[in-house]
Design a protein around this ligand. Structure first.
Ligand SMILES: Cc1ncc(COP(=O)(O)O)c(C=O)c1O
Length: 390
């Protein structure tokens, strides 16, 4: 696994440099704090202070607060596949789901396959666990199943880590066919799939195809090999550190044991407040606001790239999530572009941070989530002054 904490740390370095220098930053992977429903969440915390506060201060169930698990089960259910609360384990963000799945399932030297490019903090977990890994080629429709199968024929994998809906960083949306084919491959080649889905609810015009969790009902044997992970970080607020993991039934106890050894259980006041927030209708009312705002910003970024950068960049316009993934047609290294862009006070993350090896250095990631439309347009004008080939 060609990953180092320094490489993964580029994101945080660029994001903090951007904060220091000022200017326009597309670097962070943060949701827009202006979109946190602070009033709605304050009301939810107040409701906890009025009723249930003492209970929320005590140790609770290791799997999480029952009422929140029920909310998560409902949120994760589809007509095809009803999720029940006892399948859900509340976690400290989706990140703990990735870490727990890795601790339960993988041993040093085991292989993990990811998308190319992929989420660096997942690579961080695989690196810490001593895994070997490689990235599987993707296109605008997601991971290419034929490439995954060819890799599996050469080298079986213990884990395959994927983000089928609006991935970080590629913004890719997998087709239904590819989702089903990768579930079949999990059964045929006997690996465990980690489906990481923090962005699935952040669609712009139309919802994504069903999750792997839902589709596993169609592929015999797939549910036993699927760990679904998700989070309220991008839909409510990341500081609450509340996400969840939905492992197969036979692994549930092992997941709870690893979590017990890590933190006993996730902090309860956040869980109570999120439950009350759902109960007051806050979640359902606020989600469309986030979708509309990010959708507008994504459209503005696409239009500004077309207007100011024309043919100089390759990209697939995202249909949800927070990211544009771009590639300089002229090739070259986005780290050099970053140095030039810094002089224009515009920031993004070079693509090398997102690969477990064989990085395409001409790529880079831009988040449109935290910048209003005016800033996005100005940012693309500035970028147009430094991207080669103009
Ligand atoms: C794909 C993906 N997975 C997991 C996470 C971790 O999120 P959290 O632990 O806050 O839920 C992120 C955060 O950026 C992400 O982009």
């Amino acid at each position: 696994l060609d990953y180092s904490p320094e490489l993964g740390g580029i994101i945080y370095k660029v994001a903090s440099l951007a904060r220091k220098v000022g200017g326009i930053s597309f670097a962070g992977g943060y949701p827009d704090p202006e979109l946190f429903d602070a009033d709605g969440l304050a009301a939810a915390y107040n409701a906890v202070f009025q009723d249930g506060f003492r209970a929320s201060l005590q140790y609770g169930d290791r799997e999480g607060y029952r009422r929140l698990r029920e909310r998560i089960a409902t949120l994760s259910s589809t007509p095809e596949r009803a999720v029940t609360y006892d399948e859900v384990i509340v976690a400290n963000g989706g990140q703990q789901g990735i870490a727990t799945a890795t601790a339960v399932l993988a041993r040093p030297g085991d292989w993990v396959y990811t998308e190319a490019p992929t989420f660096p903090t997942a690579l961080h977990v695989f690196h810490q666990a001593g895994l070997q890994g490689a990235a599987i080629a993707c296109d605008g429709d997601g991971m290419i199943p034929e490439v995954l199968e060819a890799a599996l024929k050469r080298q079986r994998a213990r884990l395959v880590y994927v983000m089928p809906s609006y991935s970080n960083p590629a913004g890719a949306l997998w087709t239904l066919e590819r989702r089903l084919r990768v579930l079949e491959l999990a059964v045929e080649y006997d690996f465990h799939l980690i489906e990481d889905d923090p962005y699935g609810l952040l669609w712009f015009d139309a919802p994504p195809p069903p999750t792997l969790l839902s589709l596993a009902a169609r592929v015999p044997g797939a549910r036993e090999r699927l760990i679904h992970v998700s989070s309220f970080s991008k839909t409510i607020a990341p500081g609450l550190r509340t996400g969840w993991m939905i492992p197969p039934a036979k692994l549930r106890e092992a997941f709870v044991h690893v979590k017990l050894g890590t933190d006993i259980h996730s902090a309860l006041p956040s869980q109570y407040a999120i439950d009350r927030y759902f109960g007051a209708g806050g979640f359902d009312a606020h989600l469309p606001v986030i979708r509309a705002t990010y959708g507008e910003r994504a459209a503005a970024m696409g239009a500004a790239i077309r207007a100011h950068l024309g043919e100089r960049l390759e990209y697939v316009a995202p249909k949800g999530g927070m990211f544009f993934w771009c590639r300089m047609r002229s090739g070259g290294d986005a780290r050099a572009l970053m140095a030039a862009a810094e002089r224009e006070k515009v920031f993004f993350v070079p693509g090398v941070a997102f690969y477990p090896g064989n990085a395409d250095a001409a790529t880079f990631r831009m988040s449109f989530a935290t910048t209003p439309v005016d800033g996005i347009v100005e940012g693309m004008r500035r970028l147009a002054r430094v991207v080669p080939g103009g």
